[in-house]
Design a protein around this ligand. Sequence first.
Ligand code: BG6
Length: 481
Amino acid sequence: MNKETNKKFPENFLWGGAVAAHQIEGAYNEDGRGLSTADVMTAGANGLEREITEGIQTGKYYPNHEAIDFYHRYKDDIQLFRQLGLKAFRTSISWSRIFPNGDDENPNEAGLQFYDDLFDELLKNGIEPVITLSHFEIPYHLYEKYGGFRNKKLIDFFVTYAEVVMKRYKNKVKYWMTFNEINNQADDQNPLHVWTNSAMKLAPDENKEEVVFQAGLNELIASAKVVKQGHEINLEFQIGCMMAYVPIYGYSCYPPDAVAALKVMERRYFYSDIHARGHIPQYTLNYWKRQGLHIDYNKEELDALASGTVDYIGFSYYMSDAVTTLTETTGQAISDFPVAKLARNPYIRASDWGWQIDPVGLRYVLNTIYQRYEKPMFIVENGFGAYDKKEADGSVHDPYRIEYLSAHIEQMEKAINEDGVDLIGYTPWGIIDLVSFGSGEMEKRYGMIYVDKDNEGQGTLERSLKDSYNWYKNVISQNGL
Ligand code: BG6
């Protein structure tokens, strides 16, 4: 074997691209779709949070309502994906297209039909759909009437929704994930809401930590029930979790920094430990007791956790962080471990949005998580948000994106071939420009396909290919070499 063949990616490696329903589809009120929690988020800006409004308010701009109009243009977009050579396309199902209110008696046939058509179109073009059931959105009615995922009734609503779509698409979709970046809510900084996964409003006197743990546990129970039920629907299903892995290093070799890094990661592992191991970790039970947190669960739910462990670990990787207890170093406070703070890593650069670029951190994550769970891993998001410029001739030169992605692919290769990690696929984020989740901007672009639309919603929506598109096409055609 020569050196080059040693560097091969597995034969059926899923080279793909990722998006989420509300960030691309638009058509927010068409064909019977109900309002979703993503539809009440206004546009923010770089460094400016999006506003979450009570229902839709006139005079405010909600970028998801039209997004990039994928709902009407998906056939053309899929042709661009096919020419790129994508083997997998990760998107989500918008729950409120299927159950407009979330607690409806019957599903909305037009919504089901849309995803039938979308999946057929992908399969016809040789592209495997990879589907998330809840990507940062739930039907808005479930927030209004039940208060979001803090309410245990949502467990049943989610399980019913999953049953309907898994039965309907059982011969079209093999790879599923339950909740996108389920651990993100743990460090949600919004004082009024915990919106991303759970769609909850907080009362001023509430113990936020308790509510967030409760909602997270409810989601984990719902997820485990869906995994079990999914395998009964089709034994071939591969059902994974979806974690945001941002490794937190000790900032220095001062030993308390190593302990701080460990403790901060513990809060994040709570979610994937339950998904993958099927029980509430003892370190969390001890923590709840020490803090006097009252989290509600029963024996039947614990049994559900044990019988619905995930088949693979899906995760996003964008950046790393560092934590320190050194008093002379400045940084941003961390609520769950107050003696420490997040400090800027002097060895790596950051994007225009302050996300620290660390390809080696991806190898670190692949190794630590594989050692922890020994399950196949799937990188379902990784990408570089940047300001792109479309030239007069329609070309877009984005060498920074190529540099970012290729550096991460190099580390994947090492994790597979030098470290023995079982990695099954890679779907870089925002294969086509879309609405940013964090800031609601269009101009924080991730795509290899440019979409002509700006932060104010102006533009022709015309698609054009960036340099990274041709680069990635080459990567896929050579299976990563
Ligand atoms: C992940 C989410 O957090 O990162 C996506 O799963 C999101 O929905 C992506 O879009 C990038 O974040 P942002 O804020 O730049 O859109």
